[in-house]
Design a protein around this ligand. Structure first.
Ligand code: BDR
Ligand code: CA
Length: 311
């Protein structure tokens, strides 16, 4: 599988990218940086650090944009990812910088046209710019995103997940593009069910592999606060689960349902509103009354992930 990863260079992003670099069945054509956990240039720097640590310095990193439509209360999640985005553990600068000459948007359009799959691990800012630049390109590509939630559940805002909350208009544009298959949305409703626990952190601490040695420091920092919204002793590693879903879609139960992003500036700004009513209608074998005309942000047929246990 040819894959492009768009990432905001944080700690769970690092876990996802290191894991994907170890997959012989994945060809990572490029990584594009977006602002989110840190500003876009720091994200690009972190992505170079991550790829070099993963033994793949050959994979190019391209610089995208910071969100232009940030929610008003949004602050960088320093308490989750640290000031530098990788847990402030003193990781050395990368040997090589990001490719500054080619805009990330151009790379995304080129790769979508070429049939590459996309995995987004940050705000959808770059991808929205790409689908605006070339509306037809999405028809040759597939999208898996870590973002949103199939239930009214948030981390950045009461009902909005950070990657969508940081740029709701971009999320609406990206989900609404004409993809070759419904986008797979791996949201908080899923990532809070498949968490890291003591056993995984003990394996990291043992540092038996180069990947564990690299990730141990950042993930130990991340563990302090990233699980605050989960059950005791559980830490979601959102982006890692989305990466796994790209390669092994069978690990998640998936339902194809309509979703709209609230872009109206209300209390629910940035919420991904998934029409779960349809699950009940299907169970009851009863046709729903005629659905309301889709709003501009509606993405008919978006697949909202269910958790590994099918709930
Ligand atoms: C998402 O927001 C970022 O902080 C994480 O890297 C992840 O992509 C979780 O809401
Ligand atoms: Ca991320």
């Amino acid at each position: 599988m040819r894959l492009v990863i768009d990432s905001d260079g944080g700690i769970d992003d690092a876990a996802a990218i290191v894991w994907l670099c170890g997959r012989p069945d994945v060809e990572i054509a490029a990584v594009t940086a977006v602002g989110g956990n840190v500003e876009v240039r720091q994200a690009a720097r972190n992505l170079r650090v991550i790829l070099e640590a993963a033994g793949r310095p050959d994979i190019p990193v391209y610089v995208g944009a910071d969100p232009t439509d940030p929610a008003p209360h949004m602050t960088r999640p320093v308490f989750i990812h640290g000031e530098d985005g990788l847990g402030d553990v003193g990781l050395a600068d990368p040997e090589r910088g990001a490719d500054e000459a080619t805009p990330a948007v151009d790379v995304l359009v080129r790769e979508m046209r070429r049939g590459a799959s996309l995995l987004t691990l940050g705000p959808l800012t770059n991808l929205a710019a790409a689908v605006r630049a070339d509306a037809a390109a999405a028809a040759s590509s597939r999208l898996t995103l870590m973002g949103g939630s199939a239930r009214a559940q948030g981390n950045a805002r009461p009902s909005a997940e950070a990657n969508v909350a940081n740029d709701p208009l971009a999320a609406a544009a990206a989900l609404g593009a004409g993809w070759s298959a419904p986008p797979v949305m791996v949201g908080l409703d899923v990532t809070h069910q498949a968490t890291l626990r003591d056993v995984e952190f003990a394996a990291l601490a043992a540092r038996r592999t180069a990947a564990a040695a690299f990730l141990h420091g950042p993930l130990s920092f991340y563990r302090r606060n990233a699980g605050s919204l989960c059950a005791e002793g559980e830490t979601p590693c959102h982006d890692l689960l989305a990466a796994m879903a790209v390669v092994r879609p069978d690990i998640l139960g998936v339902e194809t349902l309509p979703v709209e992003v609230d872009t109206g500036g209300s209390a629910a700004w940035g919420q991904t509103v998934v029409d779960l009513r349809q699950l009940g209608w299907r169970r009851g074998q009863t046709e729903p009354t005629a659905p309301a005309a889709p709003a501009a942000a509606t993405a008919p047929g978006v697949a909202a992930g269910r958790g590994p246990d099918g709930n």
